[in-house]
Design a protein around this ligand. Sequence first.
Ligand code: SPV
Ligand code: MG
Length: 433
Amino acid sequence: MKRTVYIGMTADIMHPGLVNVIEHGSKYGDVIVGLLTDKAIAEYKRLPYLNFEQRKAVINGMKGVTQVVAQEEWDYTPNLRKYRPDFMVHGDDWIMGSQRKYRDLAFEAMKEIGGEIIEIPYTRGINSTRLNENMKEIGTTPQIRLQSLRRMVQSKPIVRVLESHSGLTGLIAENTCIKRDGRRVEYDAMWSSSLTDSTSKGKPDIEAVDITTRMHSLTDMLECTTKPIIFDGDTGGKIEHFEFTVRTLERNGISAVIIEDKVGLKKNSLFGTAVPQTQDSIEQFCNKIKVGKRAQITDDFMIIARVESLILGKSVDDALERALAYCKAGADGIMIHSKEKSGDDIAEFCRRFRQLDDQTPLVLVPSTFNHISESEFIEMGVNVVIYANHMLRASYPAMQHVARQILEDGNSLKASEQCMSIKEILELIPGTK
Ligand code: SPV
Ligand code: MG
């Protein structure tokens, strides 16, 4: 019987390093490629540009590959135990850094099944992380960007979204990254907030900034980023107008719109019951959802229904009744909002909603219950967390402080200490030089 060789890979961007590994592996026997699923990749890296089926088609067509199987985790060992290959081939780059533990686990599993691991020298000068950086410079297309939110919701434990109202805040959402336990931690998507988009234009958050104007801010963000965008669609406006909004957003590669079940003059939810606000009827809001769903062209665009019951002092029962009705009307997700600091009402809603519906994505905006961590939200069955206003709230006090300092001193010497350097601002945007 011919021997088998297991090779795990992402195979998003093909490069000579990957061809080298497959070629080498095929000398030992039939190559089984363990193709990492979106979910497995999302444990460590950004989602690949190509989806699983597309990557599978590419690998299937490669010389030397006899079988492509799904690798559902970053860890190779479940598949090694399942397929029991005679050999496993891997580049020797996993000897160092955070991948070391997966190497150790793979050695243990191969020993157990009586197989052997062959490490081959890593192809210098080219790797997928570097190529990914280059891809960022090339950018994205509206379609790839649009689809990516749905893929993220399906493949990540939680999708982390940062508010953005300009090109500059878009760049912060795009590029801010830290390492935690050897993993890249970054934002997955951007939130175009009605509050911050209006405020940055000196207007109140009452749907006074029209969609055409809001598209300008979106265009600025689209121009310099690749991550998906969720649009705060306020009430969605008149049903007849909402159809156009859906089309406009979709055409531009925005992934989702969230509309809230309020009618009349909309005020920001964080006022709660301090201002008069009217909730829409279930029937009318369901109709708005249905009309929006019919208007979209792709299968990927998402219309997320935002339930304002808790904001308006109504019960969790009322919120649940509405959420279920909106799902039935075709909503692709539910955002439950509250301004309650404890987060108890939100926790109760999530628990009870998940008992009735374990599929529909749940979205939260924890502006007031901000002590609850992402890992707790995951436990609660939440899929998307939006940090909805922080970039604007961070920038305004900083700018105001510097403006005052210049007035006080009659020069900008001291104020400059609180600013980024001229050199830094000149180098901030690629292509400035
Ligand atoms: C926004 O960011 O504009 C929102 C969320 O709609 S909230 O401000 O909490 O209403
Ligand atoms: Mg808003």
